[in-house]
Write a protein that binds this ligand. Structure first.
Ligand code: TMP
Length: 215
């Protein structure tokens, strides 16, 4: 039996890393093998594309070029890592997946959702996560949390506040149109409350999946 695919989305500072550990713990206690991965990245080639995409540069990066590189990395990741792992029965948890393209390239850069969807259909067909957790929080709070880490800023993090406001709106719009798959988690809560919401989402989603299988 093939494994399940879960993605975690949200802006930097939303707490994706600790949610990742909660997921791994929960999945392991259900008796499944689980691997974690990330986007852009997850394979040696896709990690090289990540470096190209995230490095700040003088040259203006065309939005189509940015999207094509994101989708090239994703295609390699899906076909050579995610799908084979799922077929081997492992569960896969990814720090970001295609909803990030609808949020950052769609919302942030203003590209049309149809263009993004068409490209994905061409590259990976109907492949999608079984469940996506969207960690939502106000942009200013996420920024403040990241500032405390003292990490070097990527090309995306150098964008203005208005860019991230559009990213947040696009994520929420996507969640509203994909309610069967995307669960919004209030990331302003305490880590314990976030963890409890994550576990509840897993129980609800996978209990439903099991009962649907039995019908
Ligand atoms: P992070 O995963 O370390 O946060 O960095 C990845 C950055 O890439 C983040 O700023 C969001 C951005 N991104 C996109 O713009 N589109 C995508 O499809 C993905 C996966 C990430």
């Amino acid at each position: 039996m093939s494994g399940c695919f879960i993605s975690i989305e949200g802006m930097d500072g939303a707490g994706k890393t600790s949610v990742m550990s909660t997921l791994v713990q929960w999945i392991s206690t259900q008796g499944h093998q689980v691997i974690t991965t990330r986007e852009p990245g997850g394979t040696p080639l896709a990690e090289s594309l990540r470096e190209l995409l995230l490095a700040p540069r003088e040259e203006c990066v065309d939005e189509d070029t940015e999207l094509l590189l994101m989708v090239a990395a994703r295609t390699q990741h899906v076909k050579t890592h995610i799908q084979p792992s799922l077929a081997a029965g492992q569960w896969v948890v990814s720090d970001r997946f295609f909803d990030a393209s609808f949020a950052y390239q769609g919302g942030g850069r203003g590209m049309s959702n149809d263009r993004i969807a068409t490209l994905h259909q061409w590259a990976i067909g109907d492949f999608a996560p079984d469940l996506t957790l969207l960690l939502d929080l106000p942009v200013a709070l996420g920024k403040a949390r990241v500032a405390g880490r003292g990490e070097e800023e990527t090309r995306f993090e150098l964008e203005k506040m208005a860019f991230f406001e559009r990213v947040r709106i696009a994520y929420l719009a996507r969640a509203a149109s994909e309610r069967h798959r995307i669960v919004i988690i209030d990331a302003t809560q305490s880590p314990e409350a976030v963890q409890a919401d994550v576990v509840r989402a897993l129980q609800t989603h996978f209990a439903r999946a099991v009962s649907e299988l039995g019908q």
